[in-house]
Design a protein around this ligand. Structure first.
Ligand SMILES: CC(C)(COP(=O)(O)OP(=O)(O)OC[C@H]1O[C@@H](n2cnc3c(N)ncnc32)[C@H](O)[C@@H]1OP(=O)(O)O)[C@@H](O)C(=O)NCCC(=O)NCCS
Length: 216
């Protein structure tokens, strides 16, 4: 039988395990994640990802960093819910501490800049003053045990208490969990139209879902 899962706020000490769990959880199944966390399954990529999680946690007072743990206290899942109060900049260089350090390859950096510029308008369009699940992943060895749903429902419940919408930006892999949490699709599929120089890169498709507010 699967062990009892608890949802608890992360401390700074949890972030290395969180980075490992999200890298392992996503694997290479989600092109956007691979672009956003380059080489995340290498030690250099993990170190860089960890630095960015730390920067994010320190600089986003409206974000709640959550972990899902087993009875033994092992971190098996990670989620970040943010109460959004203003639109995000579509300029990657304005939201990242150091683009050149995170994406040392110039083509990778330019590709990420374009992706970001095309993705953010979808995001800002789907999100008003709402609670947003910005990241969610469960370690592969612990998937299908309810951790993803519990991390999702933590935020949908908070949003309900605040009488605002809960919004999720999803990969196709996450959609079933969000449907199970009662969320409804509002953007079926992003249509990113990148420069021809990136034609051979994997296509990024994201889906937006929401619950509450006026849409039910
Ligand atoms: C998406 C993800 C977070 C779900 O986490 P999880 O802990 O495995 O999900 P849960 O066990 O809470 O599943 C809840 C429900 O979602 C559905 N579901 C989840 N994963 C599924 C899968 N692989 N296939 C079919 N249905 C699935 C099921 O209805 C499931 O309920 P059930 O097991 O009682 O049938 C996890 O698969 C993951 O980390 N994936 C990689 C990262 C990712 O894509 N994150 C989402 C980004 S938005």
């Amino acid at each position: 039988m699967a062990s009892q899962i608890s949802i608890i706020q992360c401390t700074d000490d949890d972030l290395p395990s969180a980075m490992a769990a999200i890298s392992n959880g996503f694997g290479h199944d989600a092109p956007f994640f691979d672009c956003y966390f380059p080489a995340h399954d290498t030690s250099a990529g993990q170190e860089s990802g960890l630095k960015r999680l730390q920067f994010w946690k320190e600089n986003s007072p409206n974000s709640t960093f959550l972990k899902a743990t087993t009875e033994a206290g092992k971190l098996i899942g990670f989620g970040v819910w943010t109460f959004m109060t203003e639109p995000v900049s579509d300029k990657l260089d304005e939201v990242e501490a150091d683009v050149g350090e995170t994406w040392p390859d110039k083509d990778d950096a330019d590709h990420m800049r374009e992706l970001w510029q095309q993705y953010v308008p979808y995001r800002n369009g789907a999100i008003g003053d709402s609670k947003v699940l910005e990241m969610l992943a469960v370690d592969r060895d612990h998937q299908r045990q309810g951790a993803g749903l519990q991390l999702t429902e933590w935020g949908t419940r908070k949003a309900e208490e605040m009488e605002i919408e809960a919004v999720v930006e999803a990969t196709p892999i996450g959609v079933k969990t969000y449907h199970k949490a009662g969320m409804k699709t509002v953007v079926e599929e992003t249509d990113m139209d990148l420069s021809p120089r990136f034609a051979d890169r994997r296509q990024v498709k994201l889906i937006f879902l929401r619950k509450g507010g006026t849409s039910g």
